[in-house]
Ligand binder design. Structure first.
Ligand SMILES: Nc1ncnc2c1ncn2[C@@H]1O[C@H](COP(=O)(O)OP(=O)(O)OP(=O)(O)O)[C@@H](O)[C@H]1O
Ligand SMILES: Nc1ncnc2c1ncn2[C@@H]1O[C@H](COP(=O)(O)OP(=O)(O)OP(=O)(O)O)[C@@H](O)[C@H]1O
Ligand SMILES: [Mg+2]
Ligand SMILES: [Mg+2]
Lengths: 265, 265
């Protein structure tokens, strides 16, 4: 099972949109996909039109009361299962502070289902708190959605520091799989500058033992496309809502690139 | 002093861009402006080209060790002072958990400077944790930057619940001043739908005793404009970087609308 955390503490860069549509693209290609919503905003759940009723369990109950993960899984499309979030998750940060092994609760919960899926994607909140650490401990690689803007680039160093620490102390397999440019407007000068900065940074890491030494800046970019924002309001992925749009084409291509047999960098 | 928290737990909707440029617009109109960076990403500080050196104090030290606020204030432009953030702030959430009165630390720190400025703007992180509660306890009104997208609209209810609780338990003066549409693309159908939803929601609250009963959807919208994203990369506000751009025009208008003598709704 390919296990990927979709992560960037910068807000609004396309994490949820990428998790939903990359997952859907991989499912269309025949992969059995598990999506986990780890954001108290529960936007990935909303994206699939899911709102967890008060008397039902969500990822919060899996983490805080060891409810089995597969008992909260929902079937949200062909080959796609979702572990939904709800607002209770907002309390997890403070509630888990003194729980032993609080950082590996998700990894423990996922163990029983490892063989049931081909791919796991975790949508993370815009922070580097205990929920995001749980995601980093539970996966083998991270995918960083990035908007080619100045502010969005600044946080990258901090994110990579956190990945290095988690790899050193909790999850020795963790690597940076790659960076995908989202909401991309390739004609702007700013986008060009940011892309150059990124390439220089990644090239400088080749051959080192940093967790991002083999990270790639994916060739597929996700263009700005209003259909991607609209699809969420219908509780549909872009493939159901606007299958011939740039959004659908880009996420299809991204899935092909990410899930192709990995060539050496 | 007009005290405003710029807040929305949805990520990437224009909080930092609004705090920086609205503050600059008001300063250009002659107001003495104090900006506070309350986000561990420290993007407001970056926007003004400020990076706090390891041996200097920031808002973190004000909250955690009662360092006087005016001792960390930086002059970042005519009539504009900034209380910068740094990465230490990321630890505040966990560190303040058991501090007595942790939610009013910022309010207490601001008291000595209340008379020195005409306007206070606080840039909040994309969450509703203890830092954001500190901002809500310290101001009289909130300004909600909102992108007219489905996911961004969903979180509004949760934000208003938090405002209601803070008003009830900590800050009885707290109201919702208004909502400003950011990165606005008025020609999209989605934007039109979201705006209708907002107006209906706000109209329904008129005459009630909800904290948003007098909230307005500001007539000024901030159009999507790449100059706003570029200006951050030069450490300049849009007025210094591109004074004739839509970004400069829109924030100038917004300042005039927000800081005009308030007419009854
Ligand atoms: N390629 C795109 N083109 C246009 N709009 C997009 C695109 N990708 C995402 N969006 C929209 O931009 C907004 C931000 O995207 P999204 O919510 O996926 O980001 P996020 O990183 O998950 O945000 P958060 O930090 O709040 O979790 C959403 O309203 C989404 O619909
Ligand atoms: N009106 C606009 N037109 C174009 N780009 C914009 C506009 N407003 C903000 N931006 C850009 O969009 C991105 C998100 O804006 P910003 O960082 O201000 O949002 P935020 O709500 O503060 O994000 P966070 O939740 O991470 O704190 C930034 O790269 C910014 O430069
Ligand atoms: Mg999200
Ligand atoms: Mg910000």
């Amino acid at each position: 099972m390919r296990r990927i955390a979709v992560i960037n503490q910068k807000g609004g860069v396309g994490k949820t949109t990428t998790t939903a549509n990359l997952g859907a693209a991989q499912a269309r290609a025949g992969g059995r996909v598990l999506l986990v919503d780890l954001d108290p905003q529960a936007h990935l759940s909303l994206y699939f039109g899911v709102e967890v009723a008060d008397d039902r369990d969500s990822i919060y109950d899996v983490l805080s009361s060891s409810v089995p993960l597969d008992s909260v899984a929902l079937d949200v499309g062909t080959n796609v299962s979702l572990i939904p979030a709800d607002i209770d998750l907002a309390g997890a940060e403070a509630e888990l502070v003194s729980v032993t092994g609080r950082e590996v609760l998700l990894r423990e919960a996922l163990e029983p289902v490892n063989g049931d899926y081909d791919c796991l994607l975790i949508d993370c909140p815009p922070s580097l708190g205990v929920l995001t650490i749980n995601a980093l401990a539970a996966v083998d690689e991270i995918l960083i959605p990035l908007q080619a803007h100045f502010l969005a680039l600044q946080g990258l160093g901090r994110l990579l520091e956190t990945v290095t620490l988690v790899r050193q102390r909790i999850n020795p397999r963790l690597i940076v799989g790659g960076i995908v440019l989202c909401m991309h407007e390739s004609t702007t000068r700013l986008a060009g500058e940011v892309v150059e900065d990124l390439k220089t940074f990644l090239d400088a890491a080749r051959g080192t033992n940093q967790p991002w030494s083999e990270a790639r800046l994916y060739e597929t970019v996700i263009r700005r496309n209003i259909k991607l924002a609209e699809s969420a309001s219908f509780g549909q992925t872009v493939f159901d809502y606007a299958p011939r749009s740039n959004g659908a084409i880009d996420y299809q291509r991204l899935a092909a690139e990410i899930f192709a047999k990995r060539k050496p960098v």
